[in-house]
Design a protein around this ligand. Structure first.
Ligand SMILES: C[S@@+](CC[C@H](N)C(=O)[O-])C[C@H]1O[C@@H](n2cnc3c(N)ncnc32)[C@H](O)[C@@H]1O
Length: 457
């Protein structure tokens, strides 16, 4: 074979392996069609070298094409929870007045996670069993890193983990208490009470976290008059949903897509006491792509924010050469550093900083200082300079935000941060690698590149 042909063949080499023939996927596909799911027949599930399991198109897909269309009853959304009397009875058949005691105490994501744990516990006794079996068994988010490894992980990652931990621990403790005071005689609930564990809840929490899509049902059902329903427990909105098969699509920052709720009957603002599965039998959730996809390539959608801190901590994966990454600094960190350089901000300067919101969003990315960081340093350097109008300078910073004089002020602090990340990376090099740790290390290396570039400029 000649070199050109070899190269051409190499280029064409497939980076995926079909997985439609795996037992859980065969079962999933027939379960989906039995329940009225329609998906573009060009689509197939496959395992891709770079991204793992995802959706492959075997034919060209053009912008504007519908990727899939799910009956609302085949998604796990707020109405699914409200219609599940057994689940609601965990809260209602209770010696405590749960709706009063825990009013607005949990997020909808937490309630969804608790519900998912309840469904999973019931194994093949629920309609969702086959779907649940098709879900990943574990998640590669840094939340699951062992404590000794966390010691050397970057502080931004640790701060996200700590927030996740607070939410998970506090909501888990509420659900544990609700179960403790539950008085139901129903075997399923009684057995669930005995078996519900933090590990089950964490799995469910990250299933929801990594797979939910935005779905707004506020026009279809009335979610304002909900006094006697378990919706009173939540402190945010109910606009997320689990959508089988749709949740097999991986993320690309370049993907553009749109979802639509197709309501053919006149269903509007339905009171939650009048909910029934039948009511939604004609309601469909549809997703369209705004991209073209070539035959035998992976179909992507965009999950939203695409910087690696978010992708790693919330979804458990990393995008190489990601221009959206940044290294953040807290206002306290900066002022503490300035003090070491005997620069103390006056009350007037602090008021100016607060009034202009210059104490937040302080970061350095591949282009240099963030707008606010630049503005903050302008206040530090020029506030008392008679010949300079700081407000005007801040406005023009949107156009010109590279000033070596300003960069120089914080360069020692940046050097220290760089050194500390490098030291942590050095320590992590002795730790056994796994996907989670690799992702964290990749991000920390990205931080090193960003900070080194800043210092060299
Ligand atoms: C909605 S699910 C997509 C389907 C998933 N790959 C599966 O096998 O079930 C989201 C998860 O897929 C993975 N994922 C999504 N986009 C990815 C990408 N561009 N690269 C690597 N993994 C990705 C991450 O594990 C993420 O948490």
């Amino acid at each position: 074979m000649g070199r050109t042909r070899r190269r051409r063949n190499k280029k064409k080499a497939r980076d995926f392996c079909a997985c439609d023939d795996q037992e859980e996927i065969i079962l999933l596909n027939s379960w989906l069609s039995k329940h009225g799911m329609r998906y573009n027949d060009k689509l197939h599930l496959a395992v891709f070298q770079e991204t793992g399991r995802g959706v492959l198109t075997k034919k060209k897909i053009r912008s504007g094409e519908e990727l899939m269309n799910l009956p609302l009853n085949l998604t796990i959304n707020v109405t699914t929870i409200l219609l599940d009397n057994l689940f609601c009875n965990i809260f209602f058949e209770n010696s405590k007045r749960c709706l009063v005691e825990y009013k607005q105490s949990i997020s909808f994501q937490s309630l969804m996670a608790f519900y998912l744990a309840f469904l999973r516990f019931q194994s093949d006794n629920t309609k969702w069993h086959i779907y649940l079996e098709s879900l990943p068994k574990d998640y590669s988010v840094p939340y699951f890193l062992p404590n000794d490894v966390k010691l050397n992980i970057d502080s931004d990652i640790l701060s996200v983990i700590s927030k996740q931990k607070d939410i998970i621990d506090s909501s888990y403790s509420i659900f544990e208490n609700v179960l403790l005071s539950n008085v139901s005689v129903h075997n399923t609930i009684r057995d669930f009470k005995k078996n519900f564990s933090l590990a089950d809840y964490e799995w469910a929490y990250f299933t929801v976290n990594t797979r939910c899509v935005f779905m707004d049902l506020t026009k279809v059902i009335d979610l304002k008059n909900v006094e006697n329903s378990i919706i009173t427990l939540i402190n945010d909105n109910t606009k997320i949903s689990l959508c089988p098969y749709l949740d097999m699509i991986n993320h690309s920052p370049n993907a553009r897509n749109e979802t639509k709720l197709l309501v053919s009957k006149n269903i509007e603002n339905v009171n939650i006491n009048s909910l029934s599965e039948d009511l939604f039998s004609d309601v469909q959730f549809s997703i369209y792509t705004k991209n073209d996809f070539d035959p035998y390539t992976q179909v992507f959608i965009c999950y939203g924010d695409s910087h690696n801190l978010k992708l790693i901590t919330e979804y458990g994966f990393f995008l190489p050469a990601n221009d959206l990454d940044y290294v953040s600094f807290t206002f306290e960190e900066v002022t503490l550093f300035l003090k070491t350089k005997t620069i103390k901000l006056s009350q007037d300067q602090l008021s100016f900083i607060n009034n202009h919101g210059l104490s937040k969003d302080l970061y350095i990315d591949s282009k240099g200082l963030s707008y606010n960081f630049y503005g903050l340093l302008l206040v530090v350097k020029y506030y008392y300079d008679q010949s300079t109008d700081v407000s005007r300078l801040i406005y023009s910073a949107a156009i010109c935000s590279n000033d070596n004089n300003l960069n120089d002020i914080v360069a020692p602090m940046v050097r220290d941060k760089l050194l500390s990340i490098k030291e942590s990376l050095n320590k992590l090099s002795n730790v056994n690698k796994c996907v989670i740790l690799n992702n964290c290390v990749e991000l920390m290396c990205q931080y090193v590149r960003i900070l080194e570039k800043f210092i060299k400029c």
